[in-house]
Design a protein around this ligand. Structure first.
Ligand code: 9MG
Length: 272
C-alpha cells in the first residue's frame, strides 16, 4: 500500500513557456512581453519557483537551435529578475543556455535529460546551482513509441540513482540535487500510474522529488478531456503526488494548486 508522506517543504513550480509550440498552452506566451506578464501573474498567484523553457518537450516536438533558445529565455529571465527575487529554473538541455540563463538570474537547472547531453553535467556542476535530474526514455521525438519496461518503478529508480551518483562525481552538491520520475516521458498511462503510486519510494534516494503531472495526456486520456479542460484532473494528481511525498509540483495552474496544496499541508501538520 502506498505510504502517506507529506513533505514539510512542499513547493509549487509554475511553468512559464516561451515556446510557440508548447503542448499545454499552444504558444499563448510567444513574445517576451506576454511571457513576462504570465510569469508575474504566476508569482502573484503564489508560485514558489518559476520554470522557464524555450524549447518544447512534448512528444515529437522540434528541436530549436542555441540562438533561438537563448533569444526566447535569456531576456525573459532577465526581465523577471528585474522585478522579483523568486527562484527561477531554466528548462534546457543545452550547456550554453544553462550558462547564459544563470548569468541572467536563473538559480536552478531543470534537465529532462538528467544532464546526460554534451558537457551539461560539468557545466551544471561549475554553475553551482540546484539541478533537476529527470528520467526520460529515449528522446522527446521517440519516447512514446511503444515504451516498455520489465519493472518501471525499479528501472526509473535505478536510473535516477545512477544519475545522482554521476552528479555527485562531477562535483554537484547533494543538497543541489532534485530527482523527477518524468511522468509522460516515455511512459504509458499504466507506467505513469505505477510511478505515481510508488512516489514515496523515490524518497529513499535521499534527495527532494519533483513531480510534473499538470495537464499531461494521462489526465486527458483517463478523463477524455482536451488540454484546456484538465484542471480538475491536474489538481487531483497534484494532491496525490503531494500526499505521496513530492517536494516540488511543476504546474500550469498555480493559484488553484496553491489552494489545493494548502489543504495537504494542513493535513501534514496535524498530529495523529
Ligand atoms: C519541461 N518539463 C515538462 N514536463 C516536465 C516534468 O514532468 N518534469 C520536469 N522536470 N520537467 C518537465
Amino acid at each position: 500500500m502506498a505510504q502517506l508522506s507529506i513533505s514539510g517543504n512542499l513547493q509549487v513550480m509554475g511553468v512559464v513557456n516561451a515556446t510557440p509550440d508548447s503542448f499545454s498552452d499552444g504558444g499563448k506566451y510567444d513574445t517576451i512581453e506576454k511571457a513576462l506578464e504570465h510569469a508575474l501573474q504566476l508569482i502573484s498567484e503564489g508560485a514558489d519557483i518559476l520554470d522557464v523553457g524555450g524549447e518544447s518537450t512534448r512528444p515529437g516536438s522540434r528541436q530549436v537551435n542555441l540562438n533561438e533558445e537563448l533569444e526566447r529565455t535569456v531576456p525573459l529571465i532577465r526581465a523577471i529578475r528585474e522585478t522579483s527575487d523568486i527562484p527561477i529554473s531554466v528548462d534546457t538541455s543545452k550547456p550554453g543556455v544553462m550558462q547564459a540563463a544563470v548569468g541572467a538570474g536563473a538559480t536552478m537547472i531543470n534537465s529532462i535529460w538528467a544532464l546526460q547531453l554534451d558537457d551539461s553535467l560539468q557545466v551544471a556542476a561549475d554553475l553551482k546551482v540546484p539541478v533537476v535530474l529527470m528520467h526520460m526514455r529515449e528522446s522527446p521525438a521517440t519516447m512514446q513509441q511503444n515504451p516498455t519496461y520489465a519493472d518501471v518503478v525499479a528501472e526509473v529508480k535505478e536510473f535516477l540513482k545512477l544519475r545522482i551518483e554521476a552528479a555527485l562525481d562531477a562535483g554537484i552538491a547533494l543538497e543541489h540535487i532534485i530527482i523527477d520520475p518524468g511522468f509522460g516521458f516515455g511512459k504509458t498511462i499504466e507506467h505513469n500510474l505505477l510511478l505515481l503510486k510508488s512516489l514515496s519510494e523515490f524518497k529513499q534516494l535521499g534527495v527532494p522529488v519533483l513531480a510534473g503531472l499538470s495537464r499531461k495526456s494521462m489526465i486527458g486520456t483517463i478523463l477524455d478531456r482536451p488540454v484546456d479542460q484538465r484542471l480538475y484532473g491536474s489538481l487531483s494528481t497534484a494532491v496525490m503526488a503531494a500526499m505521496l511525498g513530492a517536494d516540488i509540483l511543476r504546474v500550469h495552474d498555480v493559484a488553484e494548486t496553491v489552494d489545493a496544496i494548502k489543504m495537504v499541508k494542513a493535513l501534514g501538520q496535524v498530529a495523529t
